[in-house]
Design a protein around this ligand. Sequence first.
Ligand code: SF4
Ligand code: MG
Length: 329
Amino acid sequence: MEHVLDVTGLTTQFSQKSSTITVVDGVTLSLKKGEALGIVGESGCGKSVTSLSIMRLLGSNATTEGRITFLGRELLTLREKEMQKLRGKEIAMIFQEPMTSLNPVLTIGKQIDEVLNKHEGLGKDESKQRAIQLLTQVGIARADEIYHEYPHRLSGGMRQRVMIALAIACNPALLIADEPTTALDVTIQAQIIDVLKRIRREKDMALMLITHDLGVIAELCDRVVVMYAGQIIETADVRTLLRVPRHPYTAGLIRSTPHKSKGLKRLYSISGTVPPPDEYPTGCRFAPRCEHAMKICFEKMPDLLPVDERTICRCWLYEQTMERPVVNV
Ligand code: SF4
Ligand code: MG
């Protein structure tokens, strides 16, 4: 199947006063047409910076190396003007806090009109009609009234629906959603997940979903990439990853995810915290927190290698022996 996005060896560094820190370290991933890929990890693992690198939305203190191919085009060498045309039209993005992405002084309608005018060249009447259609598509009742409202008059869930409407206005081939439900309460979260599910199906659009929440990934994604301390540490299809996690960090993430069947039992939490980029240990970056750590783990970094037909994993447990230890979850 056609690849929409191929990221190869993506490395993003930030220069600080006297040093350079590597926040994304050699990330390789791809997305097929219509596929939904989840990127999961704790905050600070580099998942947002990965997406901002793809969109080329990082500040001037950032340098990005590697290759990012979007529908046959090399994004890292594209002229900024071309990149601007692509953003919002062919690759769209939604964020955690819709209020900061919406313009508070413009009505919802005006903001959608602007996008449709800029990218599709639609005139006033045509774009109004289309805007109302889009708002209806994301489940907004009375779309013709909401069209005239200002963002502050809407609830968080409604604002996120508006953001999705804006994002899909030009039928992008790729939608990047960074923690799209994190700021919302649980029932609204479920509604937004449903909207994303439906839109994805209807538009046959590729979705890159960034979240710390494996539950959201389980609902929406086909495949998942787990990141830790700037690197990919495991990738598999969602079912396999949730049922047979190979990397101890992935197993820990699953154990610490609330689930109905777990009831109100106290949840497991992985001890310790993600080290900051300038303090990554030599060897496996998860070693200081890993219950299975061995001597070699502190000395040498494991490679990201297939452990079977379904899973790719970065862990010495699999490289050292051919036995496949079962990680209890
Ligand atoms: Fe744990 Fe070693 Fe695997 Fe790292 S390489 S996750 S320390 S067992
Ligand atoms: Mg983030």
